[in-house]
Design a protein around this ligand. Structure first.
Ligand code: HEM
Length: 264
């Protein structure tokens, strides 16, 4: 199957391609990436659970295309135990649940400050106004990303065989929509509570910033839904970030319904 992660139609909606990969080529050679894409949940989960069979040393920034989300992340991500174990222990200290909880008021203030200039505007781009600067400001204040793994020996997965030395790319978006694992995975369900999705990875490299990302997402959505005037999307189709690692809009213009205050 000819799967090109950077093709505009794939970037726009990768899920039909993921479904085809899971069914027809669950372990597929991807020419443009010179690696093997693994799309079934069971296989992604197996690889996450076996860091000794799959080394992360190969991780490199090309995986993120033209978007460097968290420049510090590749350091940890490209380490294997025991170096990884030591560094991760140190990094964990900056991301304890208590520290993240204590950041909520500050994340809210930053969000409000970023949204303030939009007040009274009819149209604004959500990506440049909020989605990009919010996590950057938060991490800059805190200071201090899926990507490639390499098979250390021949491995037989449910979906096929991987030769020793193979570069392996885990399609987390495909694993999370695997109907072999989750019921009705394509249905948007805000009350879904899957404890075992792999959106933040799993195992020793599980996303260090997951609680922070969740906090930022919640605070940003609360501000947009409760503090801003009602809004609609301007474009039916938005331009996408050209990257292997993440999928998201490059710009997301919103139109706000500005309600005039009654003059007393
Ligand atoms: C919604 C936003 C985010 C998503 C979807 C996400 C996703 C992921 C995933 C899938 C991994 C595992 C990669 C692998 O095992 O190969 C990961 C690792 C990591 N993430 Fe995130 N991440 C997000 C936000 C953040 C933020 C805000 C930070 C920093 C504050 C962060 C820092 C890291 C670090 C340091 C690692 C490497 C951990 C290790 O190797 O031990 N992430 N992330």
């Amino acid at each position: 199957m000819d799967y090109n992660p950077l093709a505009p139609e794939v970037q726009d909606n990768p899920y039909p391609y993921y479904a085809e990969l899971r069914d027809k080529a669950p372990v597929a050679w991807i020419e443009s990436m010179q690696g093997w894409a693994v799309s079934r949940y069971a296989d992604v989960d197996f690889i996450f659970r076996n860091p000794r069979l799959f080394s992360s040393a190969l991780w490199n920034t090309t995986a993120s295309g033209d978007l460097v989300v968290v420049p510090e992340a590749p350091g940890l991500l490209s380490m294997d135990p025991p170096d990884h174990t030591r560094m991760r222990k140190l990094a964990n200290k900056g991301f304890t649940p208590r520290l993240i909880r204590e950041m909520e008021p500050r994340v809210r203030t930053i969000t409000q400050d970023l949204l303030k200039p939009l007040s009274g505007q009819v149209e604004a781009d959500l990506v440049s106004a909020l989605s990009v600067p919010l996590p950057i400001i938060v991490i800059a204040e805190m200071l201090g990303i899926e990507l490639a793994r390499q098979a250390t020996q021949d491995v037989e997965l449910e979906g096929g065989k991987l030769p020793a030395g193979a570069t392996v790319l885990l399609l987390l978006g495909a694993a999370n929509r695997d109907e072999r694992k989750f019921p009705e995975p394509d249905r948007f369900d805000v009350e879904r509570n899957p404890q075992d999705h792999v959106g933040f990875g799993y195992g020793i490299h599980y996303c260090l910033g997951a609680p922070l990302a969740r906090l930022e997402g919640r605070v940003a959505l609360e501000a947009l839904l409760f503090d801003c005037p009602p809004f609609t999307r301007v474009l039916a189709q938005v331009p996408r970030i050209a990257a292997y690692l993440v999928r998201g809009p490059r710009t997301l213009p919103l139109r706000f319904a500005i309600t005039r205050r009654a003059v007393a």
